[in-house]
Design a protein around this ligand. Structure first.
Ligand SMILES: [Zn+2]
Length: 90
């Protein structure tokens, strides 16, 4: 939530980090683990991706593959392609 806007919770995406340090998109809003929120605005999602906002929120290193997976899930959820511009080739 670094965009400075005051947004409703429904407009936020919740990312969780579990005990094993695995991060994932929490589609239900009730997943266990520490949560971090990202504003759904495309520009905010993009900025979070570029600036490693999740690492700052969780104060932990996040593997690139995990980060890319989470943001790919976000792209799919939002029905939007290209947030994670350069794919790693599935
Ligand atoms: Zn925002």
């Amino acid at each position: 939530m670094s965009c400075g806007q005051i947004v409703e919770k429904s407009k936020l995406l919740r990312i969780v980090r579990n005990r094993e340090g695995i991060v994932s998109l929490d589609k239900t809003g009730y997943a266990e683990g520490r949560g971090a929120y990202i504003c759904r605005e495309p520009s905010c999602i993009e900025r979070s991706y570029r600036k490693n906002a999740l690492e700052r929120s969780f104060r932990a290193k996040i593997k690139t593959e995990d980060k890319e997976r989470v943001f790919r899930e976000i792209s799919e959820l939002e029905g939007r392609k290209g947030i994670v511009a350069s794919g790693d080739g599935d």
